[in-house]
Design a protein around this ligand. Structure first.
Ligand code: NAP
Length: 455
């Protein structure tokens, strides 16, 4: 796919871009390298000021940035604007806390004084997905810039205008030119950047395939990576759960971003005791969702980002249906322009279908029934992924069992799995490794330097 803005609601190609030539790319890497040598010496207080200025710009132009996201990848405008606000939040969070997170840590040894100190690494490449075109980038950039690194962004090819807007935000905020640069390049140019000596590390948020490919290249060049990959998060509801709260949250958890979220609840694993009632209420709420123009206030679910994503999702649904699963609602391609897919619920899903080991990246809920907590945990853990998990129960012993035994980077009890600047975010198994956000996030791309001073 070329680098282009294609409106997912209409299929219209709005603007196309030429990828950088080798010479242009080389100049940008050179600039990153030169900028880093100066930028690393800037004071934390100064970096905080620039990052707060970036937050101000985000809030000032929230509608404009929201519309840009909706135009390029189709998320409902109201959630796009909320995404911009969350980016401002993460900027302020690291502006306020980075100094404390990266403060020296004294350690008593045989030295007159010894301590751990955190130093920047250099230029870090961020390969990012289109699904949260601003948030994914800011949650990387805010800590990276506060730590004294410089950022290079290779954004998904369908959100080039978002990518360029983000570079402009950092420039307008006052960061030295070259501290954060967008590289308009295709996926095939990523390996070259990773291998370049002027790039010291890389992070990728995206599919398992892209993650493996980046990690392979980084491994060959001995470079640190953080990978935030796909998920098939379980949403487990036990008999004692507050059913209405669980069902309402289930809808939000599945439909966020028109279903295109890594931490969306994808598999609903419900105890037999309440399964009928859960299914009935979930169906009623799905029937009330509005599919439509993402720019409209009333829309709950917009088009999917690309025709390829919609087609892949539909193939997964058809594969389940062909093996005997029951489609309770949706499951048919609508006859209209744009990449729309209807809210869909699939139940009675036989093993051997994609529901058991693949990620469904769209508004499709997969319903499973279990007889016990052990069965729920076994089913939840049976997928190759381990990103987030939401478990609903009023019983304390069950809560603790979920916390101990669910194989995931995050377990939320009686709540929606969500990212929060204050908490680390990331997965295990094929959902990737490393963490973003929180104190752990800013410590991924730093040199943890041991300092020992003799007598
Ligand atoms: P994708 O196809 O993997 O693309 C993600 C990024 O990787 C894009 O910039 C893409 O560039 C690039 N890319 C693709 N193949 C590559 C390769 N072989 N080498 C280097 N870079 C490559 O994923 P997507 O469809 O945009 O995003 C959906 C996936 O991301 C889902 O699996 C979702 O769960 C996951 N995700 C995970 C998180 C998390 O935090 N764990 C968050 C959001 C999304 P092009 O656009 O140019 O191909």
């Amino acid at each position: 796919m070329g680098i282009a803005t294609i409106n997912p609601a209409t299929g219209e190609t709005v603007k196309t871009f030429q990828p950088l030539t080798d010479e242009e790319l080389d100049r940008k890497l050179d600039r990153a390298d030169r900028t880093f040598k100066q930028y690393r010496r800037t004071m934390m207080v100064q970096r905080s000021k620039w990052l707060r200025a970036a937050a101000d710009i985000l809030e000032r132009d929230r509608a404009k940035f929201g519309e840009l996201m909706t135009l390029e990848m189709g998320k409902p405008l109201k959630s796009a604007i909320k995404e911009v606000d969350k980016c401002a939040l993460v900027c302020r969070y690291y502006a306020d806390n980075a100094a404390e997170f990266l403060a020296d840590i004294p350690v008593q040894t045989d030295a007159s004084f010894s301590y751990v100190s955190y130093h920047p690494l250099g230029a870090v490449l961020a390969v990012m997905p289109w699904n949260f075109p601003f948030w994914q980038v800011f949650r990387f950039a805010a800590p990276a810039l506060m730590a004294g690194n410089v950022g290079l962004l290779k954004h998904a090819s369908n959100v080039p205008q978002c990518a360029l807007a983000i570079e402009e935000i950092f420039t307008e905020a006052g960061f030295p030119s070259g501290a954060f640069q967008t590289l308009l390049i295709g996926a095939s140019q990523v390996a070259k950047v990773v291998a370049d000596d002027r790039v010291c590390a890389a992070t990728l948020t995206g599919s398992e395939y892209a993650g493996m490919s980046l990690a392979e290249c980084a491994g060959k060049n001995l470079k640190k990576t953080v990978l935030e990959l796909g998920g098939s998060d379980p949403f487990i509801v036990m008999g004692s759960a507050n059913l209405e709260a669980a069902v309402s949250t289930a809808v939000t958890a599945r439909m966020l971003n028109s279903g295109q979220s890594c931490i969306a609840a994808k598999r609903f694993i419900v105890h037999d005791a309440i399964a009928d009632e859960f299914q009935k209420r979930l169906l009623a709420k799905f029937q009330n969702l509005t599919l439509g123009d993402p720019m409209s206030e009333d829309t709950d679910i917009g088009p999917l980002a690309t025709p390829g994503i919609r087609d892949e999702l539909h193939e997964q649904v058809v594969a389940c249906k062909d093996k005997g699963a029951k489609v309770l609602i949706g499951g048919e391609l609508p006859d209209r322009p744009g990449n729309y897919y209807p809210p869909t619920i699939i139940a009675d899903i036989p093993p051997g279908t994609p529901a058991y080991d693949q990620e469904f990246f769209g508004p499709v809920a997969l319903l499973f029934r279990v007889e016990s907590i052990d069965d729920a945990i076994e089913l939840a853990n049976s997928v190759p992924y381990g990103l987030g998990a939401s478990a609903w129960t009023a019983v304390e012993a069950e809560q603790q069992q979920f916390i101990n035994e669910l194989e995931a980077g995050a377990v939320f009890i009686n709540g929606l799995v969500k990212s929060d600047p204050r908490l680390p975010f990331g997965g295990i198994k094929k959902s990737g490794y490393g963490r973003e956000l929180g104190v752990q996030g800013i410590q991924e791309f730093v040199n943890i330097k041991t300092i020992w001073i003799g007598h």
